[in-house]
Design a protein around this ligand. Structure first.
Ligand code: HEM
Length: 414
């Protein structure tokens, strides 16, 4: 029988993330009986697991009380110790905006915020649509079968990111391999070296991005790569560590996550044929449905914060220095926050899901991600007559960025 204690340990096991039904059963039990629960005895340093929408939202909205440094995600204690001993602890090797706290975070975020939330994304809309079209063309050129996760879903967001950063297309497989090794470090198939937890890939990617910075400083254009390479903070050029870290997050945060949303969204449509029919008949519905895809899939399973002072969350005492893990997928199925949370409703509105987080670190790439989801699904549904599953699906073994590794399809084009 699943108890609160076993459920709390289970949700730290990457293998459980291959079985969504079992995972949701654990999350639901914790939300009901122990929404703020101390997890000890797992492979990770002890921490509080938060599974309710309200608690996660409250913590995210208090950046002074709950900070991002020094612990952002669950990394096995043995790996953390190994990296620190080698002088490769995260605080030494990378400084992205998601690692930063105020006041620095706001200053660095401002370097790209207007690009992400202003005309930048709008200008790239036609490129996003062209890339979506190209990959549906690819499906048309196949024999009515594909592994959507590997052949299509992985590549569309990657090509979009490469395009907005101004990186050559030929480098796409390299960027993909590096990101997978870093973000899916717990999946035996995708990881390179369990002990290193993706740090070797990370260094290779840093070297590659160093050349990008030099190129973009020499020959700036209007792409995001140039905005970052030439960004100013307090009137001065950003340091090299910060510039490289910025490019690192821009080149990695946006594609595994968006691919995961696309794959999981398509599976939802295959499991709910009447919803698929509705969306085929009314493509304008994607304006709302894209957010429902992100709520449903919640590609980022958790991020962490650390309490600055003694405090309470949901009536539970938290001590200064203790960390909390915010399980977004659980929050997005919280019965207290959503009507019928286990129903995929393409017209859900309002849809205040936490798939993109909330508060000061609210995902910068959300408009881009939503534009990609809309563009790909509109194109796919307009050009196919039918799509069906063609075998078992497989989920990535990760409690950080989750998604489908395999989504075999059989389809008929128009
Ligand atoms: C469906 C796809 C995506 C999901 C689910 C997602 C999710 C998230 C989440 C949960 C956060 C943390 C928010 C918080 O702490 O409150 C975040 C931050 C961030 N995301 Fe996304 N993201 C997606 C796509 C993208 C894309 C396409 C980009 C563009 C490159 C991007 C860039 C970023 C950046 C730069 C941050 C850090 C913001 C900060 O610290 O101020 N994301 N994202």
């Amino acid at each position: 029988m699943t108890t609160v204690a076993s459920a709390a340990l289970d949700i730290t096991r990457p293998a459980l993330y291959r079985d969504p039904a079992a995972l949701h059963e654990r999350y639901a039990l914790l939300r009901r009986e122990a929404p703020v629960t101390w997890v000890e005895g797992s492979a990770y340093r002890p921490f509080w697991a938060l599974t309710r929408y309200n608690d996660i939202s409250e913590v995210s909205r208090q950046p002074e009380a709950f900070i991002n440094a020094p612990r952002l995600t669950l990394i096995p204690q043995a790996v953390e110790e190994h990296l620190v001993a080698q002088g490769q602890g995260r605080e030494k090797s990378v400084r992205t905006i998601i690692d930063m706290d105020e006041p620095d975070h706001r200053k660095y975020r401002n370097v790209t915020q207007s690009w992400f939330l202003g005309p930048g994304v709008a200008k790239f809309q036609s490129r996003v649509e062209a890339i979506a079209k190209r990959f549906v063309d690819k499906m048309a050129s196949m024999d009515g079968r594909c592994d959507f996760a590997r052949d299509i879903g992985l590549w569309v967001p990657l090509h979009v990111i490469m395009s907005i950063l101004g990186l050559p297309e030929k480098d796409a497989p390299f960027i993909l391999r590096s990101t997978q090794a870093m973000l899916a470090a717990s999946d035996p198939e995708l990881q390179r070296d369990a002990q290193q937890y993706g740090t070797a890939e990370f260094q290779q990617l840093f070297a590659y991005l160093g050349e990008v910075v030099e190129r973009r400083r020499r020959e700036p254009s209007d792409d995001l790569g140039s905005v970052i390479a030439n960004g100013l903070v307090d009137g001065a050029a950003m340091g090299m560590l910060e510039t490289l870290s910025y490019l690192l997050i821009a080149s990695t945060a946006g594609h595994e996550t968006t691919s995961s949303a696309i794959g999981g969204g398509l599976l939802a449509l295959l499991e709910h044929p009447e919803t698929q029919q509705r969306l085929r008949a009314d493509p304008a519905l994607w304006d709302l449905a894209a957010d429902e895809v992100v709520r449903w899939v919640s590609p980022i399973r958790h991020f962490m914060r650390t309490a600055v002072a003694d405090c309470q969350i949901g009536g539970v005492d938290i001590r200064a220095g203790q960390s909390v893990a915010m399980f977004y997928l659980s929050a997005n199925r919280d019965e207290a926050a959503f009507e019928a949370p286990f129903e995929f409703r393409p017209d859900r509105s309002p849809n205040r899901h936490l798939g993109f987080g909330i508060g000061g670190h609210f995902c910068l790439g959300r408009l881009l991600a939503l534009a990609e989801i809309r563009a790909l699904f509109r194109e796919l549904l307009a050009r196919t007559r039918s799509i069906e599953l063609d075998g078992p699906v497989e989920w990535v073994e990760s409690h950080f960025v989750g998604g489908l590794k395999r989504l075999p399809l059989r389809y008929t084009m128009n």
